[in-house]
Each structure stands twice: as C-alpha cells, then as structure tokens.
Design a protein around this ligand. Sequence first.
Ligand code: CMC
Length: 434
Amino acid sequence: MTDTGDTNTLTVRDNRTGKEYEIPITDGTIKAGDLSQIRTDDETPGLATYDPGFVNTASCKSSVTFIDGEKGILEYRGYPIEQLAEKSNFLEVAYLLIHGELPSKPQYDTWVHEITHHTFLHENVKTFMQGFRYDAHPMGMLMASVGALSTFYPESGNISDPDNRHMQMVRMIAKMPTLGAWAFRHAQGKPYVYPDNELSYTANFLSMLFKMSEHRFDADERLVKALDVLFILHADHEQNCSTNAVRSVGSSQVDPYSAVAAGVGALYGPLHGGANEAVLRMLRRIGSKENIPDFIKGVKDGNEKLMGFGHRVYKNYDPRAKIIKKACDDVFEVTGVNPLLEIARELEKIALEDEYFIKRKLYPNVDFYSGLIYEAFQFPPEMFTVLFAIGRTPGWLAQWLELVQDKEQKIARPKQIYTGERTLDFVPAAERWS
Ligand code: CMC
C-alpha cells in the first residue's frame, strides 16, 4: 500500500490583517475547517473555500476505488480493472467492493446463494410498477421502485446494525436486475418475467428481459460474459456525481434504498449516464467513413463535441474503453456487426492522430463503444442508463457502507456565499397590490 500519510504544513499570510497561520497538510490536502480560524475580527465569519462541483475538494477518505487519470489506471480495492474484467465475474467484484477483499470459496458460495435467493420482488412492487404510464422512462421507474423498497423493508432504517445492513445490500444487488427488467418489459407491454434462480446473475437478467413462452431462456454464453464484463466496468468510479448523491443523502442516516434512489436520480441526468446514446446519434449522423474529416473539422471549429471522447479525470485512454472495444468483437460475433462500428473505429483512429485531440488529451471514454454493444443486445437507448445503474449498485453500496462506518463523516451540509437581499420589510399582499 502506498504511504500517503505525509504530514507537512502550509503557511498562509492573510494580507487583510498581516497575520500568518500554519495549517497542517495531510495526504496532499488541508482541512477546510482549518481555514475558519482565518478571520479579520471576531464578528466576521472565518475564511471558507468556494468550489462549485467539488472540482478540488475531497469529500471523504475512501479505500474502495483508485483512479490515476493521467496514466489511465482504474483499480477496485487495489485490483486493476483489466484483471477483474478478464478473470473475475460481477458478483465476485461486488463482494470485493463491499467487503474490501476477495471471497474465500465458502464466502463466495454463500454470497452467490444469498443474492440469487433475493431476486424476487413483493407482488405489490409489481402492481406499483404496473401503475406507471405505458411510455414511462425505465430510469424513472427504477428510481421510484428502488426508493419504494424502503417501505417494504422498514427495518432498513436501522443502519447501525451490521447484519441488517448486509441484508439490505444483498437485497438491493439481487433486486435491481428484476426492477430494471420489469421497467423494460413495461415499456414493451409484455408480461413481467419472474427470476429464474437456476441461472447466473447476468443470465437471469437477460432471461427476465427477453424470455417469452419458452421454458427457459438460454442466452448465448458470449453475450452473458460480455454483459457481465460491462457490469464490472461500471461497478464503481470513486466520487462521481451519483456516488456523491448516495453519500450526501446517506449522510442523513436514511435507509440505503432511499440513498441509492438518489444515486439513480443523479445517473439519470444526461451529463452523467447519457453520453453513450449521444455517441450513437453522432455516428448515425456521420453516416459513412468518407464524412469523418468534415465532422472532425466541425468539432475543431467548435461547432460540436466528439461525443464519447474526453473525461474530467482521465487524460489518457479510459481503461474501461479499451476493454469494451475488445468486447465488441465477442458480441458482434453473435449478433452480427453493427455497421456503426466501422465508423467508430475510423473516427477514433483519425482523432487520436489529430493535433487538436492530442493537445487536449482527449481519448475515448467508457461511453464511446458501450452504446454500440448495448444496441447489439437490442436494448433501446432509454435502457442504457438502467444497465449502468445495475452495474453501479455494488459501488454505491460499498461507498454507502464506508460512509456509515466512517467516524469522521457528518451530515453533508455545504456552505454558501449568500448573494441575496437582507432585512427587507415585508409588505402584506393587500397593501402591495392596492
Ligand atoms: N470533443 C471536442 N472537444 C472537447 C471534448 C470533446 N468530446 N471534450 C473536451 N473538449 C475540449 C474542450 O472544448 C476544451 O477545449 P478548449 O481548451 O479549447 O476550450 C478542452 O477540450 C478541455 O475540455 P473541458 O470541457 O474543460 O473538460 P471537462 O473535464 O470539463 O469535460 C467532459 C469533460 C467529459 C464533460 C467532456 O470531455 C465532454 O463533454 N465529452 C463529451 C461527452 C462525453 O463523452 N461524456 C462522457 C464522459 S465519461 C462517463 C462517466 O465516466 O461517467
């Protein structure tokens, strides 16, 4: 483990007062609270930081996921994503994220058994979901139904009990695919399919999505593996928008279903979970390889963005994009090649050789190829984010668990810089309108 416990200090001179302060630096950060001692007099508030979007503020200490954006490294609990995608499976990765270490054989068997036997939903959840309009967005249905689970398991509010926490985490990982699949079937007007506990986690999900009258839905193993890998790639990504939402809501000590519902809501937004759909639209608009140079020119002239390129954290090839690019071949071997793949590959090649993209360190991100795969599975674009949410659930829960066990955490309550009016005299409506 890297020793990040270096302690040094920062000397700050307040030019308003001429006073100097020595502030400890730990793990490359200063405590924002230490700045509050810097004040001009006893009447005015202490110095604070202004950081919309938390671009340079650590909100927690975490040992779940490590990212080095410059080098293109992603690790869960210290294990490189490439090795997990190749050699592990989604439920084992879920165990790793939540428990912090890989399971022994009995631990793994118990974990898989527990998750497999909690995939069913209370029948009233079905009735609840059937109440949505025929054209309800599946993410809206997922957000509402996962939140509604808190009413089916009122004991979930007892978050200080480790056994109870474990039970709710098992339930949530187990039930998310059932909720997601039922939201999908709802939009299609098809009957909801009950879980098949003889199948693996991912094969069962595909069965609940696509089974019709056959006795058992046997998905092609290559597709099961590809989707399982996609779940692994999405399982955690440290303090992103939805994880921050889960932590922020969870910091009120609400039950985990409500906290995860907040995460689903955050992921629903186009800036977070929706870019892969935009990639497909872009590729369709480009239409053929001959049109790529014109398109690139438009991007460089600032008319539009090359969707699926660039990342706030990765200034190198997103390691997840590399794995997905390889998975495309396996999936298309089964489903036939998506003609947009050829355009995507050529577009990537041209962009990676172009000075504009090189200078700005713009590389393909996780969304550049994932939409192509999802489309090959015949998922409509509205389902892409639901798949992301199912994959991200163990990560949200691992982060939630870390939060509720972290003695340094407090209820999330940022400061503001107030810019409004003060001490106005209220004039009653009757006088204002006369
Ligand atoms: N195409 C063309 N130019 C770009 C792109 C792009 N996709 N992304 C960034 N740039 C340019 C940007 O115009 C700016 O140029 P200049 O310095 O001349 O003003 C420079 O690169 C730096 O960009 P930025 O906007 O400061 O970078 P950011 O960190 O704020 O934005 C981003 C990151 C992901 C929002 C952005 O790269 C983007 O919009 N990409 C396209 C959308 C996309 O693929 N989103 C999925 C992200 S991965 C999903 C996940 O991990 O959850």
